[in-house]
Design a protein around this ligand. Structure first.
Ligand code: ATP
Ligand code: GLN
Length: 142
């Protein structure tokens, strides 16, 4: 499979210190994606089982004029990863690399600006709350 990269690194609008990378992916690709993220020091990840409807149409069979019915939704996994701005592109590239099969239904990534991060245990906010024990920030010794 040829290597695909996210096309160019944009000036994110609106600008934020943190972004949520929200990826809808094939469930069976999640272990690959998760271990690759872990290797790059991403420790904070939330995963949910979801069902969705995309270009894949939810099925192989098509009925003209049929309504959206529940049985058309395909099982996917939603991964949500909040990272500092400078980590966004490498996380996106990793997800594409490990999540892609090249077939319809590989999923989609949404990038959402995050205004603050608050650690419930300590009340810390911002960078202090976003940094994870054993995370990349730890590895490169901020
Ligand atoms: P503490 O040091 O108090 O344990 P923590 O920052 O390690 O705080 P947890 O309380 O362990 O955070 O996190 C609880 C849940 O929050 C995790 O299981 C995960 O689902 C989610 N989570 C934490 N950080 C992130 C992140 N950066 N992105 C996405 N989800 C996160
Ligand atoms: N940026 C954090 C760190 O380097 C990691 C963020 C995350 O794991 N989602 O510690």
């Amino acid at each position: 499979l040829p290597v695909i990269r996210a096309q160019s690194s944009p000036d994110y609008v609106p600008d934020a210190k943190f972004y949520k990378v929200e990826a809808i992916l094939r469930p069976w690709r999640i272990p690959k994606v998760a271990s690759a993220l872990l290797k790059m020091g991403i420790r904070g990840v939330t995963v949910s089982d979801v069902r969705g409807f995309g270009a894949q149409g939810g099925l192989t069979e098509r009925h003209a004029g049929s309504e959206f019915s529940e049985d058309k939704f395909v099982t996917k996994v939603k991964m949500e990863i909040v990272v500092s701005k400078d980590q966004v592109e490498s996380v996106i590239d990793k997800i594409i690399r490990e999540g892609r099969t090249g077939e319809i239904g590989d999923g989609k990534i949404f990038l959402v600006p995050v205004t603050d991060v608050i650690r419930v245990r300590t009340g810390e906010r911002g960078e202090k709350a976003e940094r994870m024990m054993g995370g990349r920030a730890d590895m490169i010794n901020f």
